[in-house]
Design a protein around this ligand. Structure first.
Ligand code: SF4
Ligand code: SF4
Length: 288
């Protein structure tokens, strides 16, 4: 039996929920593996030795997260970055644009729900300066992106690895899986979804900012197919080094006006919602 662990770092357990959302397939998987340690599935505190496969959810935010990732890597034959926080830093890494002290000060001392708050530090792991994807700390063998990942894709990738195969992620973008019609129309303005879009036509052509062109396929485009723009939760293709800048580039080719209006402080959460920690933009802003 293959020995598996699942780990939770700075995340919200959504990827683990996607795992158990496999329902019967999850039960089938359990016949061929033994889950030795899992922060929501098994009550075992220690990380065991001789792990065949480790699924790591969440980004690295604290010194404890970093120590856990290193320990798991040392004890595992195969490490999977499980979900977009582990793969790219995720939504939590948007706070990397702020100074850590300002952030702690705001959260613990100046939010409406905090009265004479103190910033906790005693007997706690150190909060690190920046949120990071696990690949910043250790070698990652495979990624399962998504916020959360697609249960079917989790099953396919995990089963392939257990069979000794080398699974690959799709090499197309979300537009390739989207059912909406592209008519070659250039949008006059870029806008938020405040009214009901035309259900048949490409959302980007209607002016709604859809990250489909810069996002890896594999989810079957549920968001645009339900008339909501893709937010880019699966991150970029390997050939696209920076998802947000690639989308900005695509948009600039459509409407030059927007490139002049772009500002990281205003648009970061739209263009780099899931990938800021691993983006070129983050490095550029740091080196200023
Ligand atoms: S709606 Fe979005 S995902 Fe669909 S074709 Fe247009 S840009 Fe691509
Ligand atoms: S369409 Fe975009 S936001 Fe929606 S699940 Fe797919 S990658 Fe994620």
């Amino acid at each position: 039996m293959k020995r598996i662990v699942t780990i939770g770092l700075a995340g919200d357990a959504g990827c683990h929920v996607a795992l158990v959302n496999l329902h019967k397939k999850f039960l089938k998987l359990l016949r061929s593996v033994k889950i030795l340690h899992s922060y929501i599935l098994v009550d075992e505190k220690e990380i065991p030795n001789e792990i065949d496969l480790a699924l790591i959810e969440g980004a690295v935010r604290t010194s404890h997260n970093e120590a856990v990732v290193k320990e798991v890597r040392e004890k595992s034959k195969c490490v999977i970055a499980f979900g977009s926080c582990a793969c790219f830093g995720g939504i939590a890494s948007l706070c990397n644009i702020l100074d850590l002290n300002d952030l702690l000060d705001y959260v613990y001392q100046h939010t409406d729900s905090t009265v004479e708050g103190v910033i906790p530090f005693e007997n706690l792991p150190k909060v690190q300066e920046k949120v990071r994807p696990i690949s910043d700390i250790v070698k990652v063998d495979y990624m399962i992106p998504g916020c959360p990942p697609i249960p079917e894709e989790i099953a396919t990738i995990v089963q392939a690895i257990l069979l000794g195969l080398k699974p690959e992620l799709p090499r197309k973008n979300v537009c390739d899986e989207c059912k909406k019609k592209r008519l070659g129309i250039t949008p006059k303005v870029i806008k938020r979804v405040t009214s009901k879009p035309d259900a048949k036509q490409c959302l980007l052509e209607q002016g709604y900012l859809c990250l489909g062109p810069a996002t890896r396929a594999g989810c079957k485009a549920p968001c645009p197919n339900y008339n909501m723009p893709c937010e880019g939760c699966r991150g970029p293709l390997e050939t696209v080094p920076d998802q947000g800048l690639a989308m900005l580039d695509a948009l600039s080719a459509l409407t030059e006006k927007f490139a002049h209006e772009y500002s990281p402080t205003v648009h970061l959460g739209t263009f780099h919602r899931y990938t800021f920690a691993s983006s070129f933009l983050a490095k550029m802003l740091r080196s200023r």
